[in-house]
Design a protein around this ligand. Sequence first.
Ligand SMILES: [Zn+2]
Length: 386
Amino acid sequence: MPGSIRIARIFGIDINIHFSWIVIFFFLVTNLSDSFYPDQFPKWSREKTFVVSAVSALLFFASVVAHELAHSLVARRFQMSVSSITLFMLGGVASLKSEPPSAKAELFMAAAGPLTSIVIGVAGLAIAFAADANQTSASWRQVVGGVAGYLGPINLIVAVFNLVPGFPLDGGRVLRAAIWGITKDRSRATGIAARGGQLFAGLLFAAGVAFLFGIGVPQNNVQGLLYGFIAYFLWNAAASSLQQERLASVVGGTTVGSLMTTDFRSTPPAVMVGQLIRDLVLPMNLRAIPVVSGDRLVGLVTIGDLRKVEQDRWPATPVEEVMTPASELATVSPDDPLGAALERFGADDLPLLPVIKDSRLVGLLYREAVVGYVRMREMVGLQGRR
Ligand SMILES: [Zn+2]
């Protein structure tokens, strides 16, 4: 996602932070140190209040990561690969390289996150209850009770917010999985669940306006803007899911095989970067070249990979050193529906997908070819065979 930076790597999954999360983080720390903690423990020094607030916000951050990791680990269990987790706004997004293969996979994957938040939330409440902190308790009791008394409820709020039945929120995914499981029609299920997401975004937007102008609620600009911001993100996410599903239905019964190119250039893994650039990249203006050993795909090398090699190292660096190995590549088979290929393009922003049959490289599917085909179908108003 643009506008985000990587901060950690857990179980081989990149954890990224979007700039909007940094805004929320400061908002949280300010809110906690200005009112939440001073209201309960007015005798705390300003420094102590600030440090406890910052630690609370960090622990909240860790619980959101736990929520997303739960989604990701269940996704892996169902053979979906997760490349990264990005934290933004009130939650996170786990980037899947493909859509869930079945309604059951989607159901378990979607439910894992909110369940984790509920577990953390209940644990927080239990600790807060056990600590039973008040102004006369021991200092450590006040801190433990105070922090747990914050983390408990906020994790439950995260769970409830995510369980709203609007796609792409977790609750919307659960809803989609349920409709998909019953009707066996994923496209229709996505449509209904995404409309739920847009409806919820509309309600949040209305709530934001109510807070901004103090209609029926005490006026609160910060709250109003926050609601508006979340509504905007949610609306866009639901709209893009609808768009993707619509594309998949436009390309309907078309398969990868009918659009792939079988006349393509490739390179063996031992060729030096300099030779590849001189012989193939420059004269043929290729942006990505499959690396093959015999007719087996071993990797893909892109202009971006080649650019990472300093020019004086060109003659001594073999292609296999800079390529993306086949095991990390999204591939398609000639019999795959074009919709599946579109999803794979979307996840990685690749210029092409290698087409594999019986573990042999049989062709390349270029992004432009697919985009051009979709435009053409839309122009002549053809609906795909379903
Ligand atoms: Zn979630």
